[in-house]
Design a protein around this ligand. Structure first.
Ligand SMILES: NC(=O)CC[C@H](N)C(=O)O
Length: 309
C-alpha cells in the first residue's frame, strides 16, 4: 500500500495542473468570486494522523457539506421522529428541485437536498431564536473540529439570502403542506448561515472523523452519536450525498460522501479515515469536478472503496 503522504502530494500536483476544472457556482454571487485554481485535500485517520496537501489550510464555504452536521444535531434533538418529516431515498433530481414536493405532500426525499435540509433547519429552530440555533450549529462544528476558529462567512450568508428565491419557494411550498413550522424567513435564516460556514480541508476532515469512528471523536474520546446512527448517516451520504450524481459517485469512488456548491466534498471511509477535498469548479450535478476526480484516484490508490474486498 502506498503512503498517504505520497498519494496526496502527487494528487495535489496533478490537480493543480489540470485544465478541466468545472464551473464555479455563480448563483450565489459571493461564491462566484472564488479562484477556480484552488485545490486542497486532507485526510484524518482514525488513529489520529492528519495528512494534507495543496490549499488545505484555506477556509472555503462548505455549503451543503454542513447538512451532515445539521442532520446529526437534528437526530440528536428529535431522534427518529425526524423521518416523519423527511424521507431517506435518493431524489434523482437536482439539489434545489421542487418537482417531487407536490406529489409527495411536502415531504422532501432526503435530508441532503435543499428541501430536506430546510426541514432539518426548521427542526433545529424549534424553541429557539434563529440566532441561537445558528450559534448551536456553529458550536457543534467547532466542537467536532476541536477548533474555535471555524466561523460563518456573513458575506456569503447575505449573498445567499439576496438570491435565495428557490429556497424561499421550497420553504413556502413545504409550509403550505404543514411541513415547515416557522416562517420561511426565520428557517432560511438558519439554513443560509449554516451553509455559509467556512472551513479548511484540514478542519473539515477533522470534523468528519466521528463518522469514520463509529460516532466517537478519537481526538477527544467523546462519543458524539451512537455507532448505529453514524452508520445510518454514512448510508445516507452514500445514497443521497451527491444529489442526482450520487449513483455516479458510488460507482466511481465507492465511499459515503457529501458535496457542497462551494466545491468541497467530505468522504468517510468507515474504520479508516475521513477525507476533505476542495476544488471550486463544479460538474453538471453541482458537485466538485476535480474533487470527485481526486476522491476516485485516492480511493483507488488506497483501496478505500467500501465495496472492495
Ligand atoms: N448544493 C449546495 O451546496 C446548495 C447549498 C446552497 N446554500 C443552496 O441552498 O443553494
Amino acid at each position: 500500500m502506498p503512503e498517504i503522504e505520497d498519494v496526496l502530494s502527487d494528487l495535489a500536483a496533478e490537480m493543480a495542473a489540470r485544465p478541466d476544472r468545472g464551473e464555479v457556482a455563480t448563483y450565489i454571487p459571493q461564491l462566484g468570486k472564488v479562484d477556480p485554481r484552488k485545490f486542497g485535500i486532507a485526510v484524518a485517520t482514525v488513529d489520529g494522523r492528519i495528512i494534507t496537501a495543496g490549499d488545505a489550510e484555506e477556509p472555503f464555504s462548505i455549503q451543503s457539506v454542513s447538512k451532515v452536521f445539521t442532520l446529526t444535531l437534528a437526530l440528536g434533538k428529535v431522534g427518529d421522529a425526524l423521518w416523519k418529516r423527511v424521507g431517506r431515498e435518493p431524489s434523482g433530481n437536482s439539489f434545489n428541485s421542487i418537482v417531487q414536493l407536490e406529489h409527495e405532500r411536502g415531504i422532501p426525499r432526503n435530508p441532503f437536498i435543499n428541501a430536506g435540509a430546510i426541514v432539518v433547519s426548521d427542526v433545529l429552530l424549534a424553541g429557539h431564536q434563529p440566532r441561537e440555533a445558528i450559534g448551536e450549529i456553529l458550536r457543534f462544528v467547532q466542537f467536532l473540529t476541536d477548533d474555535d476558529s471555524v466561523y460563518i462567512d456573513q458575506g456569503v450568508a447575505a449573498s445567499e439570502r439576496e438570491t435565495g428565491f428557490r429556497n424561499f419557494a421550497l420553504a413556502n411550498y413545504m409550509r403550505s403542506f404543514g411541513n415547515l413550522h416557522h416562517p420561511a424567513e426565520l428557517t432560511l435564516g438558519v439554513y443560509f448561515h449554516h451553509c455559509a460556514i467556512a472551513m479548511s480541508c484540514r478542519q473539515l476532515a477533522l470534523a468528519g472523523r466521528f463518522l469514520a469512528c463509529g460516532g466517537r471523536n478519537p481526538a477527544t474520546g467523546h462519543s458524539v452519536i451512537s455507532s448505529e446512527r453514524a452508520r445510518r448517516i454514512n448510508a445516507l451520504m452514500l445514497t443521497c450525498g451527491h444529489y442526482d450524481g450520487s449513483g455516479d459517485f458510488a460507482f466511481h469512488v465507492g465511499i459515503p460522501g457529501k458535496s457542497g456548491v462551494g466545491g468541497g466534498i467530505l468522504g468517510i471511509i468507515p474504520g479508516v479515515a475521513s477525507v476533505a477535498v476542495w476544488s471550486p469548479g463544479l460538474n453538471a450535478n453541482g458537485n466538485s469536478h476535480l474533487g470527485s476526480v481526486a476522491m476516485e484516484k485516492l480511493a483507488r490508490a488506497m483501496n478505500w472503496s467500501i465495496f472492495s474486498p
